[in-house]
Design a binder for this molecule. Structure first.
Ligand code: SF4
Length: 213
């Protein structure tokens, strides 16, 4: 059994609403930890602060200190605000504030550029590359790695390039399939394939477990 068999088994359909959210809105949701970014930002933030996140130039045009003082009561923003401010400044410089720019990057160039922004680590950079810019990168979250290793679809010596090749190969290379596959695997990692005790009996991927040694 291969990782591609998991993609076939799960047969993930398209996310319901993510396609209609603007890229910038998806970016804000992703940094806030709502991955996949499927619901409007208004579902996650108080109405009175939404205007701050309406466009990159609005966010980037205010000092971080002033924003932190203004939004101090919104707990969900505390850790994310500096990252969002840096991302907005980068976005403003790159796309002149365009909310929904056409992608002008290769997946590899974009994920490496995003990683240069302080506070945006490899996983978040890959989530942004996949869910915001629609480029084929697998976000290597711990849950996905756990599933893949437990099924022996690869081993711990796998490097970053090999991980990407493995996931892209399982979904025939395209970003839409990769996004849908990631969206299907993430809840399995969260609800069944937990770090301490995997709940294999009820897991959708149980039929793909390797034979016991
Ligand atoms: S819980 Fe078990 S069957 Fe499910 S993904 Fe993890 S190892 Fe596989």
């Amino acid at each position: 059994m291969s990782l591609a068999a998991a993609f076939t088994l799960l047969n993930p359909g398209p996310p319901s609403t993510s396609q209609v959210l603007l890229r910038w809105e998806r970016a804000v949701l992703t940094v806030l930890g709502h991955v996949p970014p499927q619901q409007p930002l208004a579902r996650h933030l108080p109405e009175e602060v939404l205007e701050v996140f309406a466009a990159p130039q609005v966010l980037a045009g205010q000092s971080l200190a002033a924003l932190q003082a203004r939004l101090a009561e919104v707990r969900s923003l505390k850790a994310a605000l500096p990252k969002l401010h840096r991302l907005a400044s980068w976005w403003q410089g790159r796309f002149e504030g365009d909310l929904d720019p056409l992608s002008r990057f290769s997946a590899e160039d974009l994920r490496l550029e995003l990683r240069q922004l302080r506070g945006i680590g490899p996983t978040l950079a890959d989530q942004l590359t996949l869910y915001v810019f629609d480029l084929p990168v697998a976000p290597l979250e711990s849950g996905l790695i756990r599933i893949t290793l437990r099924h022996r679809w690869t081993d711990e010596s796998t490097d970053d390039e090999e991980w990407q090749s493995l996931f892209r190969g399982a979904v025939h290379q395209d970003a839409t399939s990769l996004r849908n596959f990631h969206a299907a695997l993430s809840p399995i990692a969260k609800h069944f394939c937990t770090p301490s005790t995997p709940q294999c009996d009820n897991c959708p991927l149980a039929s793909l477990l390797p034979a016991a040694d």
